[in-house]
Design a protein around this ligand. Sequence first.
Ligand SMILES: C[S@@+](CC[C@H](N)C(=O)[O-])C[C@H]1O[C@@H](n2cnc3c(N)ncnc32)[C@H](O)[C@@H]1O
Length: 422
Amino acid sequence: MSASNGNRVQTLRSLVQLLVDTSEVVINEWEADEQDPQPVDHLASSLPSHQLFEVRRIIVAACGMCVDSDLVEDPRIHLQELSERFALSQAFDTTVRAGVPDVLAEAVSLSGSVSATELSQRTGIDEKKLVQLMRFLSSGGLYEEVKHLQFANTRISSALRDKSVRRTLAYLPQTLLDPETTSATAVTESAFHKAFKTKQSLWDFIEDGDDSDEAVREIRQVFPLSMAGQTQLSSKSIAADFPWESLGEATIVDIGGGVGSMCMELAKVFSNLRFDAEEPKALETGRVELMVHDFFKEQPVKGAAVYILRCVLHDWPDDDCVKILTRLRDAMSPNSRVLIIEMIVHPPLGSIQLKSAPAPLPANYGRGSLMKGMHDIVMLSMLNGSERTPEQFEGVANRAGLRTEKVWECRAPVGITELRRL
Ligand SMILES: C[S@@+](CC[C@H](N)C(=O)[O-])C[C@H]1O[C@@H](n2cnc3c(N)ncnc32)[C@H](O)[C@@H]1O
């Protein structure tokens, strides 16, 4: 056996062993759930145990290492697949534009699936060609052929909503290949601006865009939904994986807090905490007080226990992040902290601040980090933004007179980076 074959044997054995060990943990939890079933809406948003969260990402990473590499596959076939992967996104995009997920969603309460003939009539795509697309996409898990020529959504296709993001992503190649825009950092010079032919920032476009434009109506409708979706994915973990109760009756200021959804979720669980959610324009909302504030201007609430920045810094280039953080640094007392709640990029070779995956997996859980990578590219396309590694957060924090106190890894796509004054 050659040395490289020896390595492959060792790697495959380790991966299989990891899968055997970790899948038992998942199966035990499923069996426990069966004995003590939870209401459906609880299951949809329930928080996995720390152990379940960890083994799930190990399983995804281990399967990803088998599928997304040449470990077991002939490298020539793998290469061919990579070069033609575009076919998958194009085929998927075609069905989404034609409204296939919506037609299939309507069928859920009726027969559960839709025939190729009906799908063709409803979408206007030639039946034979539509079957080609649907079968190809069903092999990729995006739809399911439940009976001969009868199709249904999977959990992936039913989760689809965001057409404006897809439209924007289509303009990423020409934005990055155009010498005039490749190095742009402004929130008004991204692929989004090419796609929607606008000079407004995403926020102004949503706020003041022309209502007769379908794109404006669509993005206005979709954006709050996607933020709400992110809240749903992360809020339980944010509440459970940071010691909020230790803050007593502290004041929490949520900077760029949108409609205050983060505060409202926390307020449900921690009744002692007091919340101010700050936005450029104030809206009416229940228990949480909404204040008008521009985060590039002086912070009016001085010495608060906590300043939250949830999903804010990833919208902005480093220099603007430094300005936003400097305004907070100026308002902070020695005991104040800033909590950055957003995705933390885990580099493939790992980070000293983040838990590494067990060998032979890549330190960043490989395939398990894919969603964060995709989100990073969405931020790049929409706003020239980016998700950041712990080291990149530390870099902007230091420039604003702050330092990382602790990185709180959460059982969610986001993490919490706690900053204190230098
Ligand atoms: C990605 S959203 C996040 C909203 C909220 N933090 C959440 O997690 O749901 C970014 C928010 O920043 C707000 N924003 C943009 N520019 C701002 C500014 N100069 N001052 C205050 N907020 C701003 C936007 O209106 C938007 O609500």
